[in-house]
Design a binder for this molecule. Structure first.
Ligand SMILES: Nc1ncnc2c1ncn2[C@@H]1O[C@H](COP(=O)(O)OP(=O)(O)OP(=O)(O)O)[C@@H](O)[C@H]1O
Ligand SMILES: [Mg+2]
Length: 442
């Protein structure tokens, strides 16, 4: 019975199997096989000379080679986390290079490693494919402007942190999951004190259903231009405010000098603004002279926001299918400011290069290899050169709409953006007294 249950769980509900049987078995397997696996994977070093000499003098067997010392073995929600102290002569790259062999030897689904500090390496092993059915952990570390947006292949949570990485670019072929990723961002930002601004040139089909939580929306390039120019004005006002707050004198301690909105006292701090742009190419394409002028003004405004917006609390989140120099001048300049890069499935190397060519060349290959059937799978990198395979939970439009309606009262009023506030009818009250709605019966 137990074996049958375990088999059934493993097949249908790998996450439950892991929590009930898998984790114990895996920990035992790692502990029992550790020394021999490390030896087979070439991760051992010969014993020190003094021990060899001692063995020779006392006429005993020469001691074995030594694997890295286990500092900690932690069972986790999706796998096992192993912390190793390397022996002299080993380096973190040895462990990273052996990760595929370790994966097979310990019978795990995935193994990744990273160096924690000099000589200490953390090996994260996952017991099953965590990205197949994404389930976010119940306990998440939420801080202002930090959104748990997706799950990483090693089982940890991927955060989109606007304070450390102000602007982001999301690329991907059509139907690859860009809009779902963006929807997750909106759902994560909705409960926070932040103004959301949306530009969705697909006639607003993605963002307008979420209108109740948005402070400004545009669904065509003309409105988008006015909206972006209003944002530039807003940015200048915020800088005026910061200037007025500075009043630096010798007596002001260093920590109290304001250079961005987060240094201002909370009661006078302007609300941060996240600008979400879906299908950015629509803003950069033109067919006539008039449209070309409009396009240049739009791109100029975007570049200015990307270059100067961070300290004023304006963050850009741009989505598109391609984002390269073929969209005209100013695009690569804008791209250089978008630090956080995410690429969903792309069809060719040049598209992947637009996301990662200039920061992490090996991520380009990983982005091309994403299979078409696992939509939502993406590669996310940053300027440090590191990248992760991530997948956002599948938030349906209905769930996102419900969340936005729930937090509609948190939509802040930004005076500069007031003309673009979407007009929405009042929510139908859930509890209308029956007597008022029931038709009068004679
Ligand atoms: N993280 C995910 N998990 C599961 N399914 C997903 C995920 N992301 C996307 N999908 C599926 O892929 C479909 C297309 O996603 P989405 O609309 O986000 O694509 P897109 O990249 O925005 O496409 P387009 O460029 O045409 O707008 C969704 O309807 C959904 O069924
Ligand atoms: Mg889309």
């Amino acid at each position: 019975m137990v074996v049958a249950t375990a088999g059934l769980l493993r097949w249908r509900r790998p996450a439950w199997y892991w929590l009930t049987f898998g984790v114990t078995l895996a920990v035992l397997r790692v502990l029992f096989r550790y020394a021999s696996v490390m030896d087979a994977c070439g991760l051992t070093v010969p014993p020190p000379r003094w021990r060899l000499a001692l063995a020779r003098m006392t006429n005993r067997m020469a001691p074995d080679s030594r694997p890295p010392r286990i500092l900690r073995l932690l069972p986790a929600r999706t796998g096992v986390v192993l912390r190793l102290k390397l022996r002299p002569g080993q380096d973190a790259f040895d462990v990273a290079a052996a990760s595929d062999r370790l994966r097979h030897s310990f019978g795990m689904y995935g193994v990744t490693s990273r160096e924690l500090r000099s000589g200490v390496v953390e090996v994260r092993m996952t017991g099953y494919d965590v990205l197949k059915r994404v389930q976010m952990p119940a306990r998440l570390d939420t801080r202002p402007m930090r959104v748990p947006v997706a799950l990483r292949a090693d089982g940890s949570v991927h955060y989109r942190d606007y304070r450390t990485v102000p602007h982001g670019l999301t690329l991907g072929a059509t139907e690859s999951g860009k809009s779902v990723y963006q929807r997750n961002l909106v759902a994560g930002l909705a409960p926070q004190h932040v103004a959301l601004v949306g530009i969705d040139c697909k006639q607003g089909v993605e963002l307008f259903p979420l209108a109740r939580r948005f402070s400004a929306l545009a669904d065509n390039p003309d409105t988008a231009l006015e909206l972006l120019e209003a944002l530039v004005t807003h940015m200048q006002e915020v800088y005026q405010l910061i200037r007025a707050e500075q009043r630096i004198s010798v007596a002001v301690p260093d920590a109290e000098i304001a250079a961005d909105i987060w240094d201002l006292p909370e009661d006078r701090r302007p609300v941060p603004v996240v600008v979400l742009v879906d299908e950015v190419a629509e803003l950069a394409l033109y067919a006539s002279k008039e449209e070309e002028k409009r396009r240049d003004r739009i791109i100029t405004a975007l570049v200015r926001l990307a270059q100067l917006g961070r300290a004023a609390g304006i963050y850009l989140e741009i989505c598109g299918q391609r984002f390269g120099s073929e969209l005209g001048k100013g695009i690569t300049m804008l791209r250089a400011q978008l630090t956080g890069r995410t690429a969903h499935r792309v069809n060719d190397e040049t598209s992947a290069n637009m996301a990662f060519g200039d920061i992490a060349p090996d991520a380009v290959l990983a982005a091309i290899q994403i299979p078409a059937e696992t939509r939502g799978l993406a590669i996310s990198g940053d300027s440090s050169g590191g990248w992760h395979r991530i997948r956002a939970p599948h938030t349906s439009l209905r769930q996102a709409v419900n969340l936005c309606n729930k937090y509609a009262d948190r939509t802040p009023d930004v005076p500069a953006l007031a003309p673009f506030r979407p007009a929405v009818a009042a929510l139908p009250s859930a509890r209308v007294p029956l007597s008022k709605t029931a038709p009068a019966t004679a």
